[in-house]
Design a binder for this molecule. Structure first.
Ligand code: GLY
Length: 376
């Protein structure tokens, strides 16, 4: 374990997080030495940067996201600067990734299930109303986060899944589309042809080749996903997580992303948290809820994320999920934002991981803390 593991503290006594200014956020980031790189053009500033702090109930506008959300956080901040509610802003932000055919872990272009069908999961949570909405295993709908938001806004339910979720989306005018891109289809065929040496699917090979099949790179068992949390001009927080889930999963598999408390959670008095990575580990630990409760008790976002990583490591008892040193051989990342505007993230195995943060001054990549160095 590295130093950061040792720094995980026992549960602090219940204490309220005190409001602070935007300046404090910038100071926190600098003190932690986490401002790794800036990205994108600074979003258009519409007065809020120079607005008096008294305009904010709590922190100024800020958005965080997993690393694949560099455009997402800039979009969210741009909308927030124009007066949007944080929920509208984070959903619009992740829509950019959901519609991007190049991101094979989210929305259109996501890697399909074992049958070659793209099944998507997404959830949203709205701080001011404490409401949530989610969809699981939805097929043919490019923007599952928008449907999750409609579940929140236009039903008395929290989760819709499968065909019911698709029918609900169609009722609200969403087109049913083929989400399987050629790139994703080819990856699926490659996986199918290499998953076993004992079946009838064969990858391209020569007559003299031995050991055909079972050559898939572990990378193809990947858990992509995007999470985004933001605080708006009114000082309200909301969040979203959206994914195509585990590549080549068993049809019907639901990951952590659409499960409130696992793939995301927020509380307007405390902050928000979300995750990417191996959803099964998160589902068994409800880590986003844990992170928010740790922040409520006084942990910084980074400390709280490390506690969640440690919890998963402590609960990983099966040898098939452990490396030679008994540590998890998989990864989960957590991202957190508190109402002071402080940010932090951590992953189980890391060293080079980052996440995206944007304020009205622009975007930056911030380092993820970690429990175990990736090669250690
Ligand atoms: N964390 C995304 C998934 O496991 O589906």
């Amino acid at each position: 374990m590295n130093k950061q593991t040792e720094e995980v503290k026992p549960l602090a006594p219940e204490s309220k997080i005190q409001p602070s200014s935007r300046r404090d956020f910038l100071k926190t980031s600098t003190m932690a030495g986490i401002a790794a790189a800036t990205f994108g053009a600074a979003p258009r500033v519409v007065g809020a940067v120079s607005a008096p702090t008294a305009l904010y109930k709590k922190a100024g506008p800020i958005a965080i996201s997993s690393r694949n959300g560099q455009g997402t956080v800039l979009k969210a901040i741009e909308m927030i600067q124009s007066g949007a509610d944080a929920l509208d802003a984070v959903v619009a932000g992740v829509n950019l990734v959901e519609e991007d055919p190049e991101d094979t872990s989210v929305g259109y272009g996501g890697l399909p299930n074992a049958n070659g069908v793209v099944q998507l999961d997404s959830a949203v949570m709205h701080g001011p109303t404490c409401r949530a909405g989610s969809v699981a295993c939805i097929e043919g709908i490019k923007y599952p986060s928008k449907v999750a938001k409609l579940v929140l806004e236009r039903t008395d339910h929290v989760n819709l899944m499968g065909k019911g979720a698709q029918e609900f989306a169609a009722m609200h005018g969403f087109p049913i589309e083929n989400l399987l891109t050629e790139k994703a289809r080819k990856e699926w065929v490659r996986w199918k042809e290499n998953m076993s040496t004992m079946d009838e699917y064969l990858p391209p090979h020569k007559p003299g080749d031995k050991g055909i099949g079972a050559l898939s790179e572990p990378i193809h068992r990947h858990w992509g996903t995007i999470h985004c949390s933001a605080i708006d001009l009114a000082g309200n927080i909301s969040c979203v997580t959206t994914t195509s889930g585990l590549a080549f999963k068993i049809p019907g598999r639901v990951g952590d992303s659409p499960i409130i408390g696992a793939g995301l959670y927020c509380d307007n008095e405390v902050g928000a948290a979300g995750s990417t990575g191996r959803g099964e580990a998160n589902l068994e630990n409800l880590a986003s809820f844990l992170i928010v409760e740790r922040m409520r008790a006084g942990d910084s976002p980074e400390q709280a994320c490390l506690v969640a990583c440690q919890r998963i490591a402590d609960h990983t008892k099966l040898a098939r999920l452990q490396d030679s040193m008994g540590r998890p051989d998989f990864n989960v990342q957590f991202y957190a934002l508190n109402m002071k505007g402080e940010v932090g993230g951590a992953e189980i195995r890391g060293g080079n991981g980052t996440f995206a943060v944007a304020t009205p001054e622009g975007g930056r990549l911030v380092k993820l803390a970690y429990l175990y160095k990736n090669n250690g």
